[in-house]
Design a protein around this ligand. Structure first.
Ligand code: UDP
Length: 422
């Protein structure tokens, strides 16, 4: 029997270029890779996204079992998530109409981010199927990272908080990527542990590999600037240029280091980006302008060469619900120095495959980075442990867990329906 999933990714397409804007990063990778993995088995997945590009085809195939369907709802332009709520109802209606025209219905709705989850609640109710959701970020937790002042939230924030509460109360299962996230949601919404399932994000272990020592040397040589020696200590940052990533702290930390390390900051629009310009100016002010490079966003298949070329990936984020880039760097055999926040401690083990920094201050980061770069033996030990430490994040394994969860939920729903008939 075929199992059909309606996967909702309203605010961003899983095929959007990664890291270039603030709205395309880990969630896009997650939706794309999970759908592909589910499609490799016997499941069929339709991913529904809002049409934000008038030239995009209405339907694309990601593999034999996976389709990406662009649903017109609101203007066919990229819009920030904060402007999309008025189009959610229309989006749901059009997804329902699309489903009516098909030969088969869906067995389950899996939504990503709160806007999709609002649509997911409506569709799951209408089709009488289970609704699985993943918040990716939660407004009440996110605002805490910025030290949100006590008092009323902005109207946009209040709207999101209200809906996230409704989603938490109604979804059959909420997927969280770490134990830490499960505890936070349990406390925030008083949810029973049974409705929260921990399933980490996966990594493409075939794409992100350490390579041979020659591969690593070649990667380093290719990225070496003409004015610096190939063996100059090299640090790397990869991600969307969003304030949550704490890049100001990263630059301040590098400026305070005793070792004059080179820093490559990947992310942002290579064709021109106000945030890159701001960060470049900050690097100049801090006196490290000649050691910091901003190549812009890099296509994912190319990223492995950056990970291989670096001595360490540095993550100074204020918050990370998971932190895919940490897993990718480790899979590529590169240690990670990360802030001890959110889900990062479930990936980075202090002194084993990287270093964790407890305090959000430049001096603490600078000290740990100097320690790592100044100690060849330590770096070699952490690098050797990096790849084995993330092999359990293989997408095949994650896909099996998600499939089993879907099947359990639909079986329980059928049983409940059968009981009601007697
Ligand atoms: N990424 C990329 N190119 C870039 C920047 C980021 O391919 O220039 C990808 C990166 O490989 C990772 C994802 O975007 O898979 C970022 O995920 P993460 O969980 O680290 O951060 P999020 O975007 O979820 O905050």
């Amino acid at each position: 029997m075929c199992f059909r999933i309606a996967m909702l990714s309203l605010h961003t397409s899983p095929l959007a270029p990664l890291g270039r804007t603030r709205d395309a990063g880990g969630m896009n990778v997650y939706v794309r890779e999970l759908a592909r993995e589910l499609g490799r088995g016997s499941m069929y997945v339709d991913i529904f996204t809002r049409r934000s590009d008038p030239t995009a085809p209405p339907m694309q195939c990601l593999n034999d079992h996976v389709r990406l369907i662009s649903i017109p709802a609101g203007p066919a332009l990229p819009l920030p998530p904060s402007e999309l709520f008025p189009y959610v109802e229309d989006f749901s209606r059009r997804v329902a109409r699309f489903a009516e025209r098909g030969e088969h219905g869906y067995d389950l709705v899996h939504s990503h981010y709160w806007l999709s989850a609002v649509a997911g609640m409506t569709l799951a109710r209408e089709w009488d199927v289970p609704h699985v959701t993943m918040f990716h970020t939660v407004e009440r937790l996110k605002s805490q990272q910025y030290g949100a002042p006590a008092g009323p939230a902005s109207p946009a924030s209040a709207l999101r908080i209200e809906h996230e509460g409704r989603i938490a109360a109604s979804a059959d299962t909420i997927i969280v990527s770490t134990e830490h996230e499960r505890e936070q949601l349990r406390r925030l919404y008083g949810l029973p542990a049974s409705r929260l399932q921990i399933i980490p994000c996966g990594v493409d272990l075939r794409a992100f590999t350490p390579g041979s020592p020659q591969d690593r040397r070649a990667a380093r040589q290719r990225l070496a600037p003409t004015h610096a020696p190939t063996n100059a200590p090299t640090l790397l940052s990869v991600g969307r240029l969003d304030p949550i990533k704490g890049l100001d702290l990263l630059l301040e930390s590098v400026a305070q280091m005793k070792i004059p390390a080179r820093l490559i900051v990947i992310g942002g629009d290579p064709a021109g980006d106000a945030e890159v310009e701001r960060l470049r100016a900050l690097a100049e002010t801090l006196g490290i302008g000649d050691r910091v490079e901003f190549p812009g966003a890099v296509a994912q298949p190319e990223l492995v060469n950056y990970y291989r070329a670096a001595d360490a990936l540095v993550i100074t984020s204020r918050y990370e619900s998971f932190g895919l880039v940490a897993v990718e760097a480790l899979a590529a055999g590169t240690p990670v120095v990360a802030a001890q926040v959110g889900g990062l401690p479930s990936i980075v083990r202090d002194g084993k495959n990287g270093l964790l920094v407890r305090w959000r201050c430049a001096q603490a980061f600078a000290e740990r980075l100097d320690t790592l770069l100044g100690d060849d033996a330590l770096r070699a030990r952490l690098a050797a442990a990096a790849r084995p430490s993330v092999e359990h994040f293989d997408w095949r394994r994650i896909g099996d867990t998600v499939r089993a969860m879907y099947q359990e939920l639909t079986a329980a729903r059928r049983e409940a329906v059968a009981c009601c008939c007697f």
